[in-house]
Write a protein that binds this ligand. Structure first.
Ligand code: EPU
Length: 343
């Protein structure tokens, strides 16, 4: 009997899979890993399904969900605390709990949909913060070359912008169980994103004086204004990553579009790089607020693609391909999905 994935993907795609397996402990994770280790069954690790697009109506394999709960303190002093968090904890519950208890650093990551294990895989980021900045280590289970538990420290996770070893070398061979987070007992408002200070001032709060709870409230309010609630309109947040391109290419575009927003992105292969908002590129191509069949481009944040009701994964993918084509043609820039396509 096919298992419905409708409640397990925020795009609201009506797909099914052969089997849905869940682990609530390391022991259960090891049992599942043993089952998958023969290599005969395709499998997909899943959190809350907030970064996935099911292309087929049926996924011919096992979907594996981390349901390990719990937030334990493993180390604490006057300055900091280290928490060991079950990968199945809802991410925003963790942020809410930490903010209320005076454990700081996650406030700007408020209200990001999804669960903690997936947050560590994707290196979620928003409003000038990234979860990798707080990850001490990640616990999990290898499925091959042999089934075994493992702990990867921060450096071994190879974190980058929306990147980690779990999306690269360890894709399809590793199941996350728990994530260790280091948080500070002192709060400093992180105001680098231009929307934050304006929002705090609109709330009657001087940005430098904002408390952690006020910061969380401001971030939630900004997100709610810009991003559609997946419970009402199917979506997976930003569909594409913001492209990072050589400064020379950005310069040639700016000769024609002097107002193009862009941010310093360090260097790559010795060349200076800049990040360009994909939202701007999509808007310039005239797609903001438009749709292709049942797939839409959000009118407030065009980096978010939406299911306007009853869209299939292919409907969303067709829109994404069209946007990639148009952006490439107009600007010579490739957009790469942040969302993972599942065949
Ligand atoms: N912009 C436009 N037109 C628009 C909207 C935005 O041109 O209609 C341009 C503006 O120049 C704006 C810039 O895009 O300054 C950036 O927009 P925004 O701050 O909303 O963020 P983003 O770059 O589109 C990224 C993350 C979001 C995160 C926000 C806030 C990625 C792929 N996305 O989006 O993360 O919430 O920054 O920090 O990096 C997610 O990953 O799912 C996600 C929502």
């Amino acid at each position: 009997m096919p298992y419905s994935l409708l409640p397990h993907n925020t795009f609201g795609i009506d797909a099914t899979c052969d089997e849905f397996l869940e682990y609530h402990s390391e022991a259960e994770c090891l049992e599942i890993a043993q089952r998958l280790a023969d290599g005969h069954t395709p499998w997909l690790p899943i959190g809350a399904g907030s970064n996935l697009l099911f292309l087929s109506r049926h996924y011919g394999g096992c979907v594996v969900h981390n349901a390990i709960k719990g937030i334990e303190c493993v180390e604490e002093d006057d300055e900091k605390i280290v928490l060991r968090v079950g990968g199945g904890e809802v991410w925003d519950d963790v942020v809410a709990c930490c903010t209320q208890r005076g454990w700081h650093g996650l406030e700007n990551l408020s209200l990001i949909p999804g669960e903690t294990g997936a947050a560590a895989v994707q290196n979620i980021g928003a409003y000038g913060a990234e979860v990798a900045d707080h990850i001490v280590k990640v616990e999990g289970v290898y499925i091959c070359p042999e089934v075994t538990t493992a702990v990867l420290n921060h450096d071994e996770c190879h974190y980058g912008y929306r990147q980690s070893i779990f999306k690269q070398e360890l894709k399809d061979v590793f199941l996350v169980t728990r994530v260790w987070l280091r948080l500070s007992k002192h709060f400093t408002p992180h105001l680098s994103h231009k929307a934050i200070a304006g929002k705090l001032m609109a709330m009657g709060i001087s940005p430098q004086q904002a408390t952690a709870l006020q910061m969380r409230e401001a971030i939630i309010s900004i997100r709610q204004e810009k991003l559609p609630d997946p419970k009402q309109t199917g979506n997976a947040g930003s569909f594409f990553m913001n492209p990072v391109v050589p400064t020379a290419l950005a310069g040639s575009i700016m000769a024609k579009y002097p107002d193009m927003p862009h941010y310093d992105a360090g260097t790559g292969e010795g060349r200076p790089l800049v990040k360009i908002p994909a939202a701007w590129l999509i808007e310039q191509c005239g797609w903001k607020g438009k749709n292709l069949g049942r797939a839409g481009v959000n009118p407030r944040q065009p980096l978010v693609l939406t299911n306007l009701g009853g869209a299939s994964g292919n409907d969303i993918a067709a829109l994404a391909t069209t946007l990639q084509h148009d952006v490439k043609e107009k600007f010579g820039i490739e957009l790469h999905p942040e969302v993972r396509y599942i065949l």
